[in-house]
Ligand binder design. Structure first.
Ligand code: UD1
Ligand code: MG
Length: 436
C-alpha cells in the first residue's frame, strides 16, 4: 500500500516537471509535525517544480564539450581503442544527463517533504524569497554519476588492470564524500568539523594509492634543491589529503548565487578534459596517457550530470545543490588531479577558488566575525545586489564592478573562472621546456 503511494508521488512529480508551467514551487502549509511517518500526511503533490532551463543546459553542453571533442576526434590522432572508450563513456554520460533531468523533480519532491529546503537569500524581501527551494539535489547527480562510473568499468578495464584498484578507490572516496555531504545537509554540522569531512572521505584513496610519491623539481629550482626528482614519501600522502580538503571546501565557500556552485565546476571540468586530451595527444609515455584517459572517464560523466543540475539551478534556481554537491564536486576533481598526476595544473584552474579562500581566511580563522552566510545584500527596489563587508570574491566583484543583478554577477564570476583556465593553458604553454 505504502509502496503504491510512493510510486504515485514519483509519477506526480515527474508529470509536474513535464508540465509547461512557469511558476516557482508553491509555498504550501507544511505538515504540522515532522513525525517519521509524516509522508502519509504530506500530499506528494505539494511541490510544483519549474521545468529546467534546457537552453542553458544544452548551450553549456555545446560550449564546454566542443573543444574537448574537437581535440579528441579531429585534432589529435588518438589511438582507435582510446577513442572507442571515450565514445562509450560519452554515450553513457549523455544518457546520465537525461536520467538526472528526469530524477531531479522526483527527488526534489521527496527532499521537500522531509523539510530539506532553503530560502533564496538573494531574493529576500520579494515573494520569491519566501518560497521553499528544495536543497541537496546534488544527491541525484552523485548517485547517477556513481552508477555510470561503476558500469563503465565493463567497457574499459581488463580484470587485472592496476588502474582498476585506484579507479575503485577513487569511487569509494567520492561515494564517502557524497554520504558525508548529505549528512552535513541534514544535520548542519559546525564549520570546524565540516572542514575535516573531506579528509575522512579521502581515506579510501589515500590508503589504496600505489602511485609515485615523488615530484619533479622545476628546472629553475633544481640547482637550489640539488636533485631533479624529490622523493616525498608520506609527505606526498599529506599533500593529497590537503588537496582533497582544499578542493572540496574551496568550492563550497565560493557559493551562494544561483548557478555558481554548478557553473564553476562545469567550467573547471571542461578545462580538465581539454588538458587531459592535450596531454594524451602530446605525450609518448604510456603511463601518462593512461593517467589522463583515466581522468577523462571520471570527468566526462561528472560534467554531463552536472549540466542537468545546472538546468534546474540556473537563475532563478528551482533547486539548491547543497553541500552534497559542492563536496562531491570538489572530491571528484581532487581525485582526478591526484591520480592523473596534474594537481599543479588543477590548482591553477582553481585560481578563483584560491583567491576566494585567501580573502576568506580572516573570517574562517575567526579573526574577523564570520556570519552564517557571507552573501551580498539585496535591494528589493532595484533588484540589484550590493557588496557587504564580508571578504569573498562575490563581494569583491560587486565592489570592483558595481552593483548588479544576481544573474549578471554569477555570469561575471563564471567568465572569470573561464579566463583563469585560459590563463593556466597559456602559462603551461609559455613555461613548457623551461619550467619542467
Ligand atoms: C557557505 C558559505 C556561506 C554562503 C553559503 C551559500 C563560507 C564560510 N560559507 O556556507 O557564506 O552563504 O555557502 O551556499 O563562506 N543559498 C542561496 N542561493 C543560492 C545558494 C544557496 O540563497 O544560490 C542559500 C540557501 O539559503 C541555502 C543555503 O545558502 O539553503 C545553503 O548554504 P550552505 O551550503 O549550507 O552553507 P555553507 O556551505 O555552510
Ligand atoms: Mg554549502
Amino acid at each position: 500500500m505504502a509502496r503504491r503511494k510512493k510510486r504515485g508521488a514519483a509519477a506526480a512529480a515527474a508529470a509536474a516537471a513535464q508540465a509547461p508551467r512557469r511558476q516557482q514551487p508553491q509555498p504550501q502549509p507544511q505538515p504540522a509535525a515532522a513525525a517519521p511517518n509524516a509522508e502519509v500526511a504530506a500530499a506528494p503533490e505539494d511541490l510544483v517544480l519549474r521545468p529546467p532551463n534546457l537552453r542553458v543546459a544544452f548551450a553549456a553542453m555545446a560550449l564546454f564539450l566542443a573543444p574537448f571533442s574537437y581535440l579528441a576526434f579531429v585534432h589529435y590522432p588518438l589511438d582507435a581503442d582510446l577513442r572507442r572508450s571515450i565514445l562509450i563513456c560519452g554515450a553513457i554520460s549523455f544518457a546520465g544527463f537525461f536520467v538526472v533531468l528526469r530524477l531531479i523533480p522526483v527527488a526534489a519532491c521527496y527532499l521537500h517533504r522531509r523539510k530539506l529546503f532553503g530560502k533564496d537569500i538573494n531574493k529576500k524581501g520579494l515573494p520569491t524569497g519566501d518560497i521553499d527551494v528544495p536543497e541537496s539535489l546534488g544527491i541525484v547527480v552523485g548517485i547517477v554519476y556513481l552508477v555510470i562510473a561503476i558500469l563503465f568499468q565493463q567497457f574499459n578495464f581488463a580484470a587485472d588492470s592496476i588502474w582498476l584498484v585506484e579507479y575503485n578507490a577513487a569511487l569509494a572516496s567520492v561515494c564517502f564524500m557524497i554520504l558525508l555531504g548529505f549528512i552535513d545537509d541534514v544535520l548542519d554540522i559546525p564549520w570546524r568539523v565540516k572542514l575535516l569531512l573531506p579528509g575522512i572521505a579521502a581515506l579510501p584513496l589515500l590508503m589504496a594509492y600505489a602511485g609515485g610519491t615523488s615530484i619533479i623539481i622545476p628546472k629553475p629550482l633544481a640547482s637550489y634543491v640539488g636533485v631533479e626528482v624529490l622523493e616525498l614519501g608520506w609527505l606526498y600522502v599529506i599533500f593529497m589529503f590537503l588537496l582533497a580538503v582544499f578542493c572540496t571546501n574551496s568550492i563550497n565557500i565560493h557559493a551562494g548565487l544561483n548557478g555558481l556552485e554548478v557553473g564553476q565546476t562545469v567550467v573547471i571540468s571542461a578545462a580538465v578534459l581539454v588538458h587531459n586530451v592535450m596531454r594524451i595527444g602530446s605525450s609518448k609515455d604510456l603511463e601518462t596517457q593512461q593517467a589522463h584517459a583515466f581522468s577523462i572517464y571520471l570527468v566526462l560523466p561528472f560534467l554531463t550530470t552536472s549540466l542537468a543540475l545546472l538546468g534546474f539551478n540556473w537563475y532563478p534556481s528551482s533547486v539548491f545543490v547543497g553541500d552534497t554537491y559542492t563536496y562531491f564536486a570538489g572530491m571528484t576533481l581532487a581525485v582526478v588531479g591526484i591520480l592523473g598526476h596534474f594537481s599543479e595544473t588543477l590548482l591553477l584552474f582553481f585560481l578563483p577558488q584560491v583567491l576566494n579562500f585567501l580573502c576568506s581566511l580572516p573570517q574562517l580563522l575567526k579573526i574577523v566575525h564570520c556570519p552564517r552566510h557571507r552573501l551580498p545584500s539585496f535591494d528589493t527596489q532595484t533588484g540589484l545586489l550590493t557588496a557587504t563587508e564580508n571578504g569573498n570574491l562575490v563581494n569583491i566583484f560587486l565592489r570592483l564592478f558595481g552593483k548588479c543583478s544576481e544573474k549578471s554577477l554569477c555570469i561575471r564570476l563564471l567568465i572569470f573562472q573561464a579566463l583563469s583556465c585560459l590563463f593556466c593553458f597559456w602559462l603551461r604553454y609559455m613555461l613548457t621546456g623551461w619550467y619542467k
